[in-house]
Design a protein around this ligand. Structure first.
Ligand SMILES: [Zn+2]
Length: 638
């Protein structure tokens, strides 16, 4: 189904976060690299309920507080210090990070603030040991031109990255502190984006621009995109953590679909003459109905102390919970998210999907009878768990169902790998920021601004000219490189291997080769910059022929943990010596002597074809042709 986005009044704003590749973290002297294994100190903290100066309580904060989890921090000695552990005040703002942020602000035509004030933004999920994230506004009110259209840039902030989540169990969440404090720029656009494709293009341009400073970190997790999406009559929904650029158009499309479906559900409820106040808050214990059930989940719940099956009746809701709101997700899935998040339960059952999951038709019938509900009109939601958790879960479900009469609730949602989203928490209120008193304000001096000049990326048309005139690329190849996120990698490799590898080979590796092997089914999203870098290095050192590049990258896409050298060796693509080539040619001649004698004028063709079959990708074709010609001429002379 093709949606008419203009008609729907689609508005999208982006928040792009990119890690900066600085020598030190934002507020201490630790390096900005993640560690694999290291000597670590471990400490546990409980959440300290943090409030803003205004004393308002944020709904998102209440949610985390209710979970009452403990946080376990792993502090690697090589990549964290007392600052990350919140046992020492932060040092002054990292000048290198600030300079890079100023350069990005200039490239985005922004108004740079005169004095930088670090603020504290409350975070309550334990991802920061302090209970807040430090952030500073660097610039405001800029723009970027994408496809001839001006997209407003509202703010550019410099922030510290959060700790890295390692895992979670029933009562604690584990974090590693190596990532905490790595500088991030956060670039927020105005809601000027009106189609899913445009959202993808704008995110791409911003990511590319930051990379062109030469000081952005690369690789999975170094760039994260949040989206704000709304349609007319819907609500601004914040979608967190889209990890891949290519997912952005799909995430937007699915969110439009979800809001549209929720509006249709609202209209249907009104058409049925239902009202929010008719949604009963009553929760029933229906364990008795399921004595002797075949459902494993319910049997397990019933066998434990203080556990049971609990239910609510949604009068007049039959069929509504089964409405698909995103591919593979129903309105019932939206309710299940609330049950999970607020009650900590595994999920729920609803009658639009029953009988099923081991629950029989007879049990469903008994359930309706037990609750005095109408099987032709009403829906029933069940949760099988500890009584307290089930009550919390069902209360949250009732709240969400009442919201359905308004249409789309304001939510923060998490992006999933298939492009769908799930509910995370309510949208945070405005009571989340207060000044960081440990760090003095920083004046943006003329000296700082001049220093920033060296990082300001060149505009696309200047790059284009340079690629054609200086590097000798064709116009179409230069365009392809400019339309690739890895344009900075291209520049770096051209500089590094000047005189050894032709720029056009590097350009077509980054653009055409990757596209070609994707066409052959290789998962190229696994290809990291280092993979390409190592492959070009092998070529520069004469260890592979350029013909070997596609095979090596294909192998690396499928085996991202190996290196280019290992790939070349495994595939038998390392270059062969001239002696070895001669030996192969002689062998082929020997084997085909009869055919050569019969048709001497076809001799070259016969031998060349067979030899190439053995050495393709390991030495360049021109050398092979020369040697084959020599040998055959010698042979025919004798
Ligand atoms: Zn540190």
């Amino acid at each position: 189904m093709k949606l008419d986005y203009e008609e729907l009044g689609l508005k999208v704003g982006l928040e792009i976060h990119v890690q900066l590749d600085t020598r030190h973290k934002l507020f201490c002297n630790c390096p900005t690299t993640l560690v694999k294994e290291d000597e670590e100190d471990v400490f546990i903290r409980e959440l300290r309920p943090a409030r803003s100066e205004l004393g308002e309580v944020d709904p998102a904060a209440i949610l985390e507080w209710r979970k009452r989890k403990k946080y376990e921090y792993y502090a690697p000695r090589s990549a964290s210090c007392l600052v990350e552990a919140d046992e020492e005040p932060p040092h002054e703002l990292n000048r290198e990070a600030l300079t890079i942020a100023l350069a990005i602000a200039k490239a985005l035509n922004m108004d740079i603030v005169e004095e930088i004030h670090v603020m504290r933004k409350i975070v309550i999920d334990g991802s920061n040991t302090t209970g807040f994230q430090r952030t500073a506004i660097i610039a405001l009110n800029g723009y970027l031109t994408v496809g001839g259209k001006r997209i407003g840039i509202q703010t550019l902030c410099l922030e510290e990255d959060a700790a890295r989540k390692l895992g979670e169990d029933r009562d604690k969440i584990k974090y590693r502190l190596d990532r905490l404090g790595i500088p991030l720029v956060e670039i927020a656009t105005a809601p000027d984006i009106h189609t899913p494709e445009e959202a993808g293009k704008v995110a791409f341009r911003i990511g590319q621009l930051v990379r062109l400073t030469g000081r952005a970190k690369r690789g999975l997790g170094t760039i994260r995109q949040d989206l704000n999406v709304s349609i007319r009559g819907g609500a601004k929904t914040e979608i967190k953590g889209v990890q891949h650029l290519y997912l952005i158009p799909l995430v937007v499309e699915y969110e439009v679909m979800r809001q549209k479906k929720l509006l249709e559900i609202r209209d249907e409820l009104l058409r049925r003459g239902l009202k929010p106040e008719d949604v009963s808050g009553e929760i029933y214990d229906v364990s008795e109905v399921f004595k002797g059930t075949k459902s494993k989940i319910i049997r397990r719940a019933l066998s434990r102390r203080d556990h049971g099956v609990y239910a609510i009746v949604l009068k007049g809701f039959k069929g509504i919970l089964g409405v698909e709101v995103q591919p593979g997700r129903r309105f019932g899935s939206e309710l299940a998210d609330y049950a999970r998040v607020w009650g900590g339960v595994g999920g729920l059952f609803h009658t639009d999907e029953l009988p099923g999951y081991g629950i029989s038709g007879e049990e469903v019938g008994k359930l309706y009878e037990y609750l005095g509900a109408d099987p032709g009109r009403d829906a029933i939601v069940l949760v099988a768990d500890h009584r307290d958790k089930a009550y919390e879960a069902l209360k949250a479900v009732i709240g969400r169902v009442r919201e359905a009469f308004k249409g789309v609730p304001e939510e923060t949602r998490a992006s999933q790998i298939d492009g769908t989203t799930r509910y995370m928490r309510p949208r945070p209120g405005s009571a989340r920021m207060y000044p960081e008193t440990d760090i003095p304000p920083v004046e943006v001096t003329g000296e700082l601004l001049r220093e920033a000049e060296k990082y300001v990326p060149e505009p696309p048309d200047v790059l284009m000219n340079r690629f054609i005139e200086e590097y000798g690329l064709s116009r179409s190849l230069a365009e392809a490189v400019l339309n690739d996120i890895r344009v900075d990698l291209f520049e770096r490799l051209v500089e590094t291997y000047r005189g050894r590898v032709q720029p056009s080979i590097i350009a077509s590796t980054i653009t055409n080769t990757l596209k070609m092997i994707r066409g052959e089914g290789a998962p190229i999203e696994n290809i990291r910059d280092e993979h390409i870098e190592e492959t070009i290095k092998l070529l520069a050192e004469g260890l592979i022929a350029k013909e070997a590049i596609p095979e090596i990258l294909k192998y690396l896409a499928e085996n991202p943990d190996s290196g280019a050298r290992e790939a070349a060796e495994k595939l038998g693509l390392t270059t062969i010596s001239l002696e070895e080539l001669d030996r192969i040619i002689e062998e082929v001649i020997r084997e085909n002597m009869d055919a050569i004698k019969r048709k001497p004028n076809k001799a070259f063709k016969i031998v060349m074809g067979r030899v190439m079959g053995k050495v393709r990708g390991r030495i360049d074709g021109r050398t092979v042709a020369e040697r084959v010609k020599d040998k055959i001429n010698n042979l025919l002379k004798t």
